[in-house]
Design a protein around this ligand. Structure first.
Ligand code: GLN
Length: 269
């Protein structure tokens, strides 16, 4: 049984790193370490020592130039203590079978880095982006999600309807053209979609779809299913009392089930 060594990367404006590490601990990970991006640059921490990487939510660089845009450039061009490109470590981490979870701002980073959706196995090539919500304002509310049973995603395996909070200003998936969007759907890279709370059907209706994302896209995976990026916050629903309906007896599945699935997957290898 493989040991689950989780790394949560913080600094430059993330704000959900502790909750993300807590979610991994709760899910049974053997360790969950929070490190600053600067620790990677200085060579004090190496990605090869871990097998589960979490990019947490927040406001990297204050969302200047677009959410996670500056951070994506930092990842692309930074070199580490020994002068080698940091991106090589990330590439090697993924090729060694590591799992990657990007939550909200972390999802924006994965998309801008081109790690998602990687249609056709083309990694580190930006294919889509996440842009301003149709409402043109920050959306802070609970949403219903439907997991796509056909998706290869290891995080959403066996799941159906989930509930989680969203809190973002730039959550609408935007592609160059309709064919690109179709490619995501046809390749089952859409892992999670906003759903109507009553029918459970995928929805474009505001506010159930909080940002106007086409096909209700709330989360994407890559062709291997080992990367998940999503706008909602699974780590923020780690106990029944987090849910607004808990005093009425509502007990939906915790958001942290996504992290549990990841931990189980690594342990089963
Ligand atoms: N909660 C988050 O991670 C927010 C992401 C980003 N800052 C946005 O507003 O879209």
């Amino acid at each position: 049984m493989a040991e689950v060594r989780t790394l949560v990367i913080t600094g430059n404006g993330t704000n959900c790193e502790k909750e993300s590490a807590f979610a991994a601990e709760l899910a049974g990970a053997d360790s969950a370490t929070v490190v600053y991006f600067s620790d990677l640059i200085a060579g004090r921490c190496r990605l090869e020592d871990y097998n589960f990487l979490i990019f947490p939510g927040g406001f990297l660089d204050g969302d200047d130039l677009g959410a996670a845009q500056a951070a994506a450039l930092r990842w692309q061009f930074a070199t580490t203590g020994d002068g080698t490109p940091l991106i090589d470590q990330l590439n090697a981490f993924f090729n060694a079978g590591g799992l990657i979870l990007g939550i909200c701002n972390g999802f924006q980073l994965l998309v801008k880095l081109g790690l998602l959706p990687a249609v056709g196995g083309k990694y580190f090539e930006r294919q889509v982006t996440l842009s301003h919500n149709d409402s043109a304002k920050f959306e802070d509310r609970w949403v219903h999600l439907k997991a796509n049973p056909k998706s290869p995603c290891v995080f959403t395996k066996g799941l159906d309807i989930l509930e989680m909070p969203v809190r973002h200003g730039e959550g609408k998936l935007v592609a160059r053209d309709e064919a690109t969007l179709q490619g995501l759907v046809e390749n089952d890279l859409v892992a999670l979609q906003y759903a109507h709370p009553e029918s459970g059907d995928v929805t474009q209706e505001y506010p159930f779809n909080p940002n106007g994302s086409p096909y209700g896209i709330a989360g994407l995976t890559d062709p291997t299913g080992r990367i998940l990026g999503l706008m909602p916050h699974p780590e923020a629903f780690n106990h029944p009392t987090n849910h607004p309906g808990w005093t009425r007896g509502e007990r939906p599945t915790l958001g942290t089930i996504l992290v549990e699935n990841a931990v189980k997957y690594i342990k089963s290898r």
